[in-house]
Design a protein around this ligand. Structure first.
Ligand code: SAM
Length: 300
């Protein structure tokens, strides 16, 4: 029997309905990823051609392998912090805004900033907690004049201008080129000098940033959703995170997995608590947001 593109489309719909319940994705978004993962799959094509009904098809190794590949495709897609094309499009739009946009069309700037922060998983998932996390940062040191944001993503775009007015310096660091570009574009629109973004990896160490840091170090170091990531991916770099030149560190973790609908809070808490213990930080405060929790740490 001939297998048509429509058969593949229907199959992708079927696989999507079967697996989306465990992932943070809709059927609509999953289908194109699944189609891509099964296109050119000769074994599946053969299984489809032979099977007389869907029950028989689902028992074939062609089908089972296709489901497993589809799961992987969705998993790797969700593991990215940014939905790549939406994110780069929004960052491009922000970068293309004229310098006077903040004064002439602030609502347009707000729309584009919203598009950038919603295309980046870390900021999108705290969209209901924006005011709450800003309040926690303020409460950790109400007199803070300088902040270093390590692995910033696009978090600096969430800060209101009123908060910026009390700051002399906000140094935003990330190894991700687009995130750094987004913060730089935003800084240009604010036409102020306190917000500075640098493309920087933990591997580079703190020495290369000495010209960007105040003489006595920063008042606050933001380590938002980065300690558990680094602990998992490159544990040896925790030493550098622990040496963040700031008097107070705000360290957060996520409650829910980026990919699956499962809680990761226990694992992330354990990771942050052992970071605090290993480097001798004092836990001055703890807080909970809807999908994030945090620790305020002070230097020993
Ligand atoms: C989970 S995201 C959190 C982003 C942001 N802090 C927030 O909470 O919205 C982790 C960020 O850390 C950055 N990152 C991970 N490893 C890094 C490293 N070794 N050096 C610099 N940045 C890193 C990633 O590029 C990503 O932007």
């Amino acid at each position: 029997m001939q297998v048509s593109d429509t058969d593949f489309q229907e199959l992708a719909d079927e696989i999507a309905r079967e697996i989306v319940s465990t992932y943070n994705i809709t059927v609509q978004d999953a289908v194109p990823l699944i189609l891509k993962s099964i296109e050119g799959d000769f074994e599946l094509r053969k299984s489809l051609a032979k099977a007389t009904d869907s029950k028989t098809l689902k028992r074939t190794s062609g089908y089972k392998n296709a489901v497993s590949r589809a799961r992987k495709a969705i998993y790797y897609h969700l593991r990215q912090y940014k939905g790549t094309s939406a994110f780069s499009g929004a960052v491009g739009a922000l970068g293309g805004m004229p310098a006077e946009a903040m004064t002439n069309s602030p609502e347009l700037v707000e729309d584009v900033v919203h598009a950038v922060t919603h295309a980046h998983v870390s900021t999108a998932e705290r969209s209901n907690d924006r005011a709450a996390i800003l309040e926690k940062i303020h409460r950790a040191d109400p007199a803070a004049r300088s902040i270093v944001d390590v692995g910033c993503g696009v978090f600096p775009l969430l800060l209101p201008q009123s908060m910026y007015r009390s700051l002399d310096r906000y140094l935003a660091l990330d190894r991700d080129e687009l995130a750094v570009e987004a913060v730089a574009a935003y800084a240009r629109l604010l036409s102020d000098r306190w917000l500075v973004s640098r493309r920087w990896s933990l591997e580079d160490g703190w020495d290369v940033l000495r010209n960007d840091a105040p003489d006595n170090g920063f008042d606050i170091g933001l380590l938002l959703k980065i300690v558990p990531v680094v602990r998992r991916q490159s544990r040896h770099l925790l030493d550098i995170l622990a040496k963040t030149p700031a008097k107070t560190l705000i360290v957060t973790g996520a409650c829910m997995s980026m990919t699956k609908q499962v809680s990761i809070e226990r694992r992330e808490r354990a990771s942050i608590e052992s970071f605090a213990e290993q480097y001798g930080f004092q836990v001055a405060d703890k807080f909970d947001l809807s999908n994030e929790f945090g620790y305020v740490l002070r230097q020993p």
